[in-house]
Design a protein around this ligand. Sequence first.
Ligand code: AMP
Ligand code: ZN
Length: 462
Amino acid sequence: MKLYNTLTRKKEEFVPIVPGKVRMYSCGPTVYGYAHIGNMRSYIFMDILRKVLKYNGYELKSVMNITDVGHLVSDADEGEDKLIKSAREQQKSPWEIAEYYTDIFFRDIKALNIEVPDIVPKATDHISEMLEFVEGLVDKGYGYETSDGIYFDIRKFKGYGKLSRIDLEGQQAGARVDVNDEKHHPADFALWKKASKEHIMQWPSPWGMGYPGWHIECSAMGRKYLGDLFDIHTGGVDHIPIHHENEIAQSEALLGKPAVNYWVHGEFLLVDNGKMSKSLGNTYTLDDLTAKGFDPLAFRYFCLNAIYRNKLNFTWDALQSAQTALDRLYEGVLTHKNGADEIEPGVAEAFMKEFEEAINDDLNIPKAMSTIWNIIRNPKKSKELFQLLIEMDKILGLDIDKADKKNADADPITEEIRKLIEERQKARKERNWTLADKIRDELKVMGIVLEDTPDGVKWKRV
Ligand code: AMP
Ligand code: ZN
């Protein structure tokens, strides 16, 4: 199996530390708000990688953290804690906020057939491990104290910048005036932050009350559950220059050797060819997709049509095409399930070989999907091919084994209804209440009742 390692910028043959076993860490969500479909693309990538490893017979131990403290508004240690900000805005406690959005996160990943990793540690449950890590770094001379926290001295760590290949000196020369002039270098980052009395989440430490920096969380929890050296670390590409660079610095400084063999990153999901942003109103969640009648697995299918290392552009039209293709796929699977043809010897094996070569070539899922479609289009309809598709779905996670059921209680929403819901949304946005109400009534006649919830419009059939 080949994997692209960001550290070496090469597609490498994957060799586990212990034969037959893989230990993998994935950066998980910061639970201060709804995860958007870009986040979900990253978790689908993590899921595919896990499934391919298991398919290859590896015994997998995988960890994904839940960040419920310490992730500041700017990844570079500036601004308010994202959870505390969200808690203030919603007049809840940060603990309530974390619990609420963690539940929704698990609901969403379940709908997308993303398996929950074996261990899902919460940052707030591991403060002592983090403190031990920070104290170790301070003892070794890599951490220093300022008036607002303990910082990592990047110039003491020779390998700083090796993951993102940034030029530190260049960065220093070009750096904007730093707000924290106690730092030795603008890129020095917080291991631990001191908390004021009013700060809600805080714990005792050798430096008074405070809370952990975001980067130390992953280093400390990864080490606790996977050991000083593990095989794979994943995350989105945005984590390469700061979060993962800092994780490497912390772990290698403390342990005196690398902690991770393969760094694997998923590219971004774009919306309308740009970054999702609250101000543009295009930060979509899975709920936004299902409210328009799309199957969550249509989004999964949409993601499977791109190589994880390439950017992928989301549009509603593209999602509609994915939904149509997925529905056709389900129908195609059924024709094999109900087929009685015999296939030539060797045909199934050849399809399997093609599929396995694709998934093992740095997760080339689009290529694997083309094999799937070749099987679907095979003129001979056979149960053997149906079994083959079921086997392949262990990687794809499209529930094609439930094709029968899916068709039996097939989602009755049609293209026409979907369009009407969209038009009503548009009318509401434009405050054209008369038109919005007219469409609502039209839908009612068609048996679709709409409900406007704080999370967007939901529909149900009556
Ligand atoms: P966060 O909760 O912000 O820490 O992000 C969770 C995961 O989603 C991280 O692995 C990010 O790298 C990833 N991510 C954030 N935005 C996007 C996006 N637009 N496309 C793909 N992945 C993303
Ligand atoms: Zn992380």
